[in-house]
Design a protein around this ligand. Structure first.
Ligand code: FES
Ligand SMILES: [Fe+2]
Length: 376
């Protein structure tokens, strides 16, 4: 590929209004340089969902996670404070915490046994007498900014220009009436692997229900397609639709999809999907140009034993939709590789969310490109 990275970024024109807009071009989904620019300029420079507050409720509870290639640990300190750190030992860079989750009073690096407090402070070094100019106080785990909203823990790898709440903007007010923390309990996490670029999955999510009647017959049987609304905010898009269980609706779908469909996307890679008493969140994680994982956290109003069967049925309905989306997304990724395609147009009625996504992404990539150029 001989186009410069700047030329690839500039293939997209963010100034076009929706009626004239094109999608972001195929090379953005294929070029490893774009993936690297996203790693720094998008995932390394925005607030990122990493987990749930219910995972770190008690003192000493922790979980480990990777964001943008950085190993992290999120921990509720013995003093009750929630913190996040780079999970990288200050001695020779081993991962200090190796379990995915647990509870600890201290962390002991498995390599040479250095110990750190849950506040990140370096507590002890084995056989380190006689080492000159070593300040223990300056060798704690390096901290990462962490903030919470609803049941969600977010981190920011860089120094954030805005607080999490400012970043979320209108999304805070959109989610508040759902009373998530009061009405819903976490049930189960599932992870799905897809052979497509992470943006293909986000595009598919943001097409305003365009594909629902064609690709999701079950879901389509309850969604009132013509009343489907799409509304953009600063860094979020809310898609919503009344649910109607009359007529030809499929029984498993109508039993678990009631009230109103609420599909909120938060730039760049987090979604909240809610119906009455049912919710899931999705985190889309890039794993290279043509692979991604989507982490689903399923929540229900009732997680008691008596509700087990219905909750399982609800997850099965979601998984059916997820399977249908996986097929579509993987086909799109193959098509993007074809010489027959560079970019496509957007439906004004349906695809305003994608337009927002593409413009925000272009802005972040342009900013990151500027930083790279300044560093050269
Ligand atoms: S790398 Fe952690 S103690 Fe050596
Ligand atoms: Fe879908």
């Amino acid at each position: 590929m001989d186009r410069s990275l700047r030329d690839v970024v500039n293939l997209y024109n963010p100034a076009d209004p929706l009626e004239r807009a094109w999608t972001i071009p195929a090379p953005w989904y294929l070029d490893a340089r774009i993936a690297e620019l996203e790693r720094q300029g998008v995932f390394g420079a925005t607030w990122q969902f990493v987990g749930r507050t219910d995972q770190v409720r008690e003192k000493g509870q922790f979980f480990t996670v990777e964001v943008s290639g950085e190993p992290l640990v999120v921990v509720r300190g013995q003093d009750g404070e929630l913190r996040a750190f780079f999970n990288v030992c200050r001695h020779h860079a081993a991962a200090v915490v190796t379990e995915p989750a647990g509870s600890a009073e201290r962390f002991r690096c498995p390599y040479h046994g250095w110990t750190y407090g849950t506040d990140g402070a370096l507590k002890g070094m084995v056989e380190f007498e006689g080492v000159c100019d070593f300040d223990r106080a300056k060798n704690g785990l390096l901290p990462v900014r962490v903030e919470t909203w609803e049941n969600f823990v977010f981190i920011h790898l860089d120094s954030p220009g805005v607080s999490l709440r400012e970043f979320l903007g209108s999304a805070v007010g959109l989610v508040a009436p759902l009373e998530l923390t009061k009405k819903l309990k976490f049930f189960e996490r599932r992870r799905y692997a897809l052979n497509c670029n992470w943006k293909v999955y986000v595009d598919n999510y943001l097409d305003g229900g365009y594909h629902v009647p064609h690709a999701h017959k079950g879901l389509s049987s309850v969604i009132e397609y013509t009343k489907y609304t799409i509304k953009n905010f600063e860094r979020a898009c809310l898609q919503s639709s009344p649910i109607s269980a009359e007529g030809e609706s499929q029984p498993d779908v109508s039993a678990t999809r009631r009230g109103r469909a609420f599909y909120l996307w938060i730039y760049p890679n987090f979604m909240i999907n809610a119906y009455e008493g049912v919710m899931d969140t999705n985190l889309v994680v890039p794993l290279g140009t043509d692979r991604c994982a989507v982490v689903f956290d399923y929540y229900f109003a009732d997680t008691s034993v008596t509700a087990q069967a219905r909750n399982r049925e609800s997850i099965a309905v979601s998984e059916k939709v997820q399977d249908e989306d996986t097929m579509l997304c993987e086909a799109v990724q193959r098509g993007l590789r074809s010489r027959a395609y560079l970019a496509g147009r957007l439906s004004v009625r349906r695809e305003a969310g994608e337009h927002l996504f593409h413009r925000l992404l272009h802005a972040d990539l342009t900013r990151a490109l500027g930083r790279t150029a300044a560093a050269d």
